[in-house]
Write a protein that binds this ligand. Structure first.
Ligand code: NAP
Ligand code: ZN
Ligand code: ZN
Length: 346
């Protein structure tokens, strides 16, 4: 049995729980989990805010650890290697998206790291708030030992979720990029956007985060609750990445786009948004979405970050503080990713 933390119902606190991990199949990698980042999606999912949560749920999809065993057909990993697991643990490998390395958009439905269903056994998948995980080698990422592993963990979701749209839309030099929400995803969008050469503006509800935003790479900072500051930015941005986790007015931000500008939604509030179409057709603006990233691009992002010395700014916590971390996340009190030290799960 493997020790874990789970939520038993939407309104339940996370508490200790034991899970059974599968035996290592020929192409499986068994990983001792050292650190797991805390994504706002974990909270949405633990509380069934998106619908479809199967209980008990063990969240966690920003996993880094050490390989402890491999199946006899594994070629990419050996015991002792550092390894990572993100939001996906399997997909069909055959559809047109899988063949392009876009496993997150698998036509047959990719298997999520938690609250998914194993394609062979049909068992529910359990995430990284646990001591050990077994994953097919195709979905295990190589992690550089040059960087502190705890700070690398959030790259597995927050990193790739912001890297992927920045790359897809070729955002960089000569572009004005706005990032809404300075949390886990937002702080990675600042770091990566700035590293690609874009002029980056932080759009935040928290005045206290301004100094940090600038340190993380923002060239400008605007308070979204100040109508005067927002008005000044009308028509300003080529791209906006929206990382907000809660209900908010999309129209307010669409107005900040220049002609042909694109607002990319990565934040996933549970309630549908009301979008006035006039904000889009005046100026031929687009409202787009982007979901995590595929496995090849996740490896590319990890390698890019290792080369550039980019990691996440984290607050390391014990697993016993996870409920408090959720409470703080809901108050936008994150600086800028909670990461669980899995050694605390004794
Ligand atoms: P987070 O760390 O909690 O950060 C969210 C930030 O949004 C907050 O820190 C706050 O920043 C801002 N915010 C919160 N409530 C707001 C409101 N009512 N109005 C305006 N701004 C508000 O969350 P996260 O882990 O970065 O995740 C963000 C969202 O992305 C979640 O919905 C998550 O599920 C989703 N997500 C999507 C993908 C994907 O594939 N697309 C992947 C991972 C996560 P300020 O204090 O600066 O205002
Ligand atoms: Zn996530
Ligand atoms: Zn597929």
């Amino acid at each position: 049995m493997t020790k874990a933390y789970a939520a038993a119902a939407p309104d339940a606190r996370l508490t200790p729980f034991e899970i059974e991990r599968r035996d290592v199949r020929p192409q499986d990698v068994q990983i001792e989990i050292l650190y797991c980042g805390v994504c706002h999606s974990d909270l949405h999912m633990a509380r069934d805010e998106w619908g479809g949560t199967i209980y008990p749920v063990v969240p966690g999809h920003e996993i880094v650890g050490r390989v402890t065993a491999v199946g006899n057909k594994v070629t990419k990993f050996r015991a002792g290697d550092s390894a990572g697991v993100g939001c996906l643990v399997d997909s069909c490998r055959e559809c047109k998206n899988c063949r392009k390395g876009l496993e997150q958009y698998c036509k047959a439905g990719s298997v999520l790291t938690y609250n998914g269903r194993d394609r062979i056994s049909g068992d529910i998948t359990y995430g990284g708030y646990s001591r050990q995980v077994v994953v097919h080698e195709d979905f295990v990422l190589r992690i550089s030992d040059k960087q502190p592993l705890a700070e690398v963990a959030p790259l597995l979701c927050a990193g790739i979720t912001t890297y992927s749209p920045l790359r897809h839309w070729n955002i960089g030099k000569g572009h004005k990029l706005g990032v809404i929400g300075l949390g886990g995803l937002g702080h990675m969008a600042l770091k990566l956007g700035a590293s690609f050469g874009a002029e980056v503006t932080m759009l935040s509800t928290s005045p206290a985060k301004e100094a940090d935003a600038r340190r993380l790479g923002a060239h400008k900072f605007a308070l979204t609750r100040d109508p005067a500051q927002m008005k000044k930015l009308t028509g300003y941005f080529d791209y906006i990445i929206d990382t907000v986790s809660a209900e908010h007015d999309y129209n307010l931000y669409i107005r900040l786009l220049d002609t042909n500008g694109v607002m990319i939604c990565v934040g996933a509030p549970p309630t549908p948004a009301q979008v006035a179409v006039f904000g889009l057709l005046g100026g031929r603006r687009s409202l787009a979405g982007s979901g995590i990233g595929g496995i090849p691009e996740t490896q590319e992002m990890l390698d890019y970050c290792a080369e550039r010395g980019i990691t996440s700014d984290i607050e390391l916590i014990d697993i016993a503080s996870i409920n408090e971390a959720y409470t703080r996340m809901l108050k936008s009190d994150v600086r800028y990713r909670f990461v669980i030290d899995m050694a605390s799960l004794a």
